[in-house]
Structures are given as structure tokens and as C-alpha cells.
Design a protein around this ligand. Structure first.
Ligand code: URA
Length: 425
């Protein structure tokens, strides 16, 4: 077998054989296939796609490239959630302890933000002392004692995906349904969860801008999970405007704690509860009541124990950015649009995100929203507060918001989009 014949097959719109797929993934992981060859193959897949059989084999080969975790020794059923990424998407923070409080074990392997989308690990690292990197034994211990753990995936899990994802990121080959589906599902299946709920984001702030593409991605991932014995369902959820009232690391931790304390913005609470119900259902815990666990403080109790078990201080003050700048409404009327991509890009430019994987993030940077689409606003009232340690970035962030805020006459009809658009599975 050689890399050139595999590339030619896909370049010429052929179907890759199982042998070709197994060989190329294994040889790339071992370093026998060069980055430039895999980059060329990824572009051929980006342009010409893969059918369901090819995607299934590609996923299986990436799982086989590393270790598989095993949670069968736990007394509780396991349930995990994965979001395809968005702006202000802090849902994992309240969701994991909430589902643990309802009786499931939640092994939540999470990632870092890149570009305009935030990452769960970056958010939690704004809590003084909190550690993202745990050994497999430490992870199992937190799961056993607390019920939920949020941490980084170890190097042994799907190493083929680690190499390939880093390559795709710098070769313009991220936004491909076969490559995204196999990347996400290889990690989730290797992680060993018994059930999985996928939050597939749709809209300007998501990878999938259109409902049809999101549907195809969701059904491909649900099929992969089901074929590997993982009970998998997907919710397609709105990402046309940021979730909640904050985008940025420490700002989002603060909002998540408000949700755990029984408050918080209604869209964050509604999505947290919708995903919790799906996870508990998939884990066979149909009688659990997540709304009660939020109201009676048991979810908050699990959060505090989970943060403490990972070295964090749940009572410590969160970092605050050194400088703030307020954006006010340019007119009175209805806020008809507050675009998720514009807000995410602005938050990123303020320092909440990174341009390259190795860059640091500012814990306090980000954006607070003082109004949501559909709200009546008055000229001059604060709409957004921008936070950063590097005030020279304000102009650059404001440029990202250009055209992202629209205000119509106060009688403009406005139809709110539901947070959950569809369910697949
Ligand atoms: N998240 C992943 O883990 N992989 C992708 O390809 C895209 C998003």
C-alpha cells in the first residue's frame, strides 16, 4: 500500500477500500505517511466526500489508533454530551454536575476554544487552582466519588484524530461533514461512554450554518454511535445569537454558577434542562428530575465537589479584566439581531480566544450582553460591555461587531427562534 494511490482514489472520486483506510490512518499515526500527503487526502475528502461505509471505517480506524477507556466498573450508568461548538456555549459547566446529581456518571472529555468559539477547559481554567489534565486513574476516581468530571482527553485517546485535527485546522479542511463526524465520534466512542447526547449547533456562530447540513452531520454521528453500541441522540440547537448573556471564560463561569444557584438566563436554563433530560433518558434514568436538582441545590453541591476534586476553589473570586468599554444602542426600537459570529469574533479579538493552539487566553476577557434579540431598547442604553486586559484591542473588537447588531422600529414583528430546533435519534 502507498499514500499516493490512496490520494489518487479519492482525488478521482473513487470509494476508499477498508484496507486503504486502515492502512492510511495507521501509517499516518506512526509517521510513515507524511503531513503533506495526509493534507492532500483530507482536501480530496473535503471536496469529494465519503459515503457512510467509508466514514464508519475511517472512524473505526481512528478509534483503533489508541486506547479505549472502560467505565464498566462504575455502579452508575454513564452519559456524556458533546457540543459542536458555539458562542457563549457554557452548557457543559452546569450540565455535568446536574446530571451527576440525578444519578448518572458523566465522563466529560472537553476541548479548548479555537477561533471565535469558546472551549470548556479554557473557561474552567479561570477558576484558581483548577486542573484540566488528569491521569486516567484520577479521572475514574473523580467519577466514582463525585459522579462527574470535566477534563482534557489524554494523549492515548484517538491519537490519529489529534494529528489529523491539528493538520485540518491549518489546511482549510475543518468544515467537512465526514471529517467532523469521524473526529468527534472516534473520541467519544474511545472514551467508553454508554450513552451520548450531541448538541449540534446551527447558525452564524456554528460550523454548520444551515439546517440541512446540521441534520446530515447529526444523523451521520447518531449512526456511528449506534453502530458502536453507544446509545446516541442529537438535538439541533440555535446558534444564530450567543447563548445566555456572556461570552468569555470567567464571565461564562459566573453565569454557569448563577444557573446552578437556580437563576441565570432562560435560554441557558432551558437548554441545560433539555440536554439533561435527554442524557438521563439515554442512561435509563427516566424518573430523574433535573429541574428539582437545580432548585434544591444538589446540582450546586455536585459542582462544588467536582471543582474541589480537580484542585479548584469554588469560592475563589474569578478574574476580572482590567478595562471595560460599553457599546450603546444607536436607536430606539426592537433589537432584531445580535449575531453570534460577530460577538464570538469580537470576544476572541478581546483575548477570550486564541489564534494558535499554543496561545494563552485572558481569563477575564469577553463580552456581556445587556439585551437579547426581541427586546425593546432605547437609544443610548448599554447593549454590550466589552472586557479586556489589552484595551488597544477595543477598536479591533468593535470592527468585528460592525453589522452584527440590528435595531428595527419598535413595531417590527419579531419571531423568537426556539433554542431546540429538532431532535434526531
Ligand atoms: N470538533 C472536533 O472534535 N472535531 C472536528 O472536526 C470539529 C469539531
Amino acid at each position: 500500500m502507498d499514500a499516493i494511490s490512496v490520494i489518487r482514489t479519492k482525488r478521482d472520486r473513487g470509494e476508499l477500500t477498508p484496507e486503504q483506510i486502515d492502512w492510511v490512518i495507521d501509517a499516518y499515526t506512526r509517521g510513515e505517511v507524511a503531513h503533506e500527503q495526509m493534507s492532500s487526502l483530507a482536501m480530496a475528502i473535503f471536496l469529494n466526500g465519503m459515503n457512510r461505509q467509508e466514514i464508519a471505517r475511517w472512524t473505526a480506524a481512528m478509534i483503533a489508533s489508541g486506547e479505549r477507556m472502560d467505565f464498566s466498573s462504575l455502579a452508575r450508568p454513564t452519559a456524556d454530551k458533546h457540543s459542536t461548538g458555539g458562542v457563549g456555549d457554557k452548557i457543559t459547566l452546569p450540565l455535568a454536575p446536574l446530571v451527576a446529581a440525578c444519578g448518572a456518571a458523566v465522563p466529560q472529555l472537553s476541548g479548548r476554544g479555537l477561533g471565535h468559539t469558546g472551549g470548556t477547559l479554557d473557561k474552567l481554567e479561570s477558576i484558581p487552582g483548577w486542573r484540566a489534565h488528569l491521569t486516567n486513574a484520577e479521572m475514574l476516581d473523580v467519577l466514582r466519588t463525585v459522579g462527574s468530571v470535566i477534563c482534557a482527553a489524554g494523549d492515548g485517546l484517538a491519537p490519529a484524530d489529534k494529528k489529523l485535527y491539528a493538520l485540518r485546522d491549518v489546511t482549510g479542511t475543518v468544515e467537512s461533514i465526514p471529517l467532523i463526524a469521524s473526529s468527534i465520534m472516534s473520541k467519544k466512542i474511545a472514551e467508553g461512554t454508554g450513552s451520548l447526547v450531541l448538541d449540534v449547533k446551527v447558525g452564524s456562530g456554528a460550523f454548520m450554518k444551515h439546517l440541512d447540513d446540521a441534520r446530515e452531520l447529526a444523523s451521520t454521528m447518531v449512526g456511528l454511535g449506534t453502530d458502536h453500541g453507544v446509545k446516541t441522540v442529537a438535538l439541533l440547537t440555535d446558534m444564530s445569537t450567543p447563548l445566555g448573556l456572556t461570552a468569555g471564560n470567567a464571565l461564562e463561569v459566573r453565569e454557569s454558577v448563577e444557573v446552578l444557584a437556580g437563576g441565570g438566563p432562560s435560554d441557558v436554563v432551558d437548554l441545560t434542562l433539555a440536554l439533561a433530560r435527554e442524557m438521563l433518558d439515554a442512561a435509563g434514568l427516566k424518573d430523574a428530575d433535573p429541574a428539582k436538582a437545580l432548585a434544591d441545590g444538589s446540582a450546586m453541591d455536585h459542582w462544588r465537589r467536582m471543582i474541589t476534586a480537580q484542585g479548584g476553589d469554588p469560592d475563589a473570586a474569578l478574574p476580572v479584566a482590567r478595562e471595560q468599554h460599553t457599546v450603546t444602542a444607536s436607536a430606539s426600537g426592537v433589537l432584531t439581531s445580535l449575531d453570534a459570529y460577530a460577538v464570538g469574533l469580537a470576544a476572541w479579538r478581546l483575548g477570550a480566544g486564541r489564534a494558535r493552539k499554543e496561545d494563552p487566553v485572558q481569563a477575564g476577557a469577553g463580552i456581556e450582553l445587556h439585551a437579547k434579540p426581541g427586546d425593546q431598547v432605547t437609544a443610548g442604553q448599554p447593549l454590550l460591555t466589552l472586557h479586556t486586559d489589552t484595551p488597544e484591542k477595543f477598536d479591533y473588537a468593535l470592527a468585528a461587531l460592525d453589522g452584527g447588531v440590528e435595531i428595527g422600529p419598535s413595531d417590527t414583528p419579531f419571531e423568537a427562534r426556539p433554542v431546540v430546533l429538532e431532535r434526531i435519534g
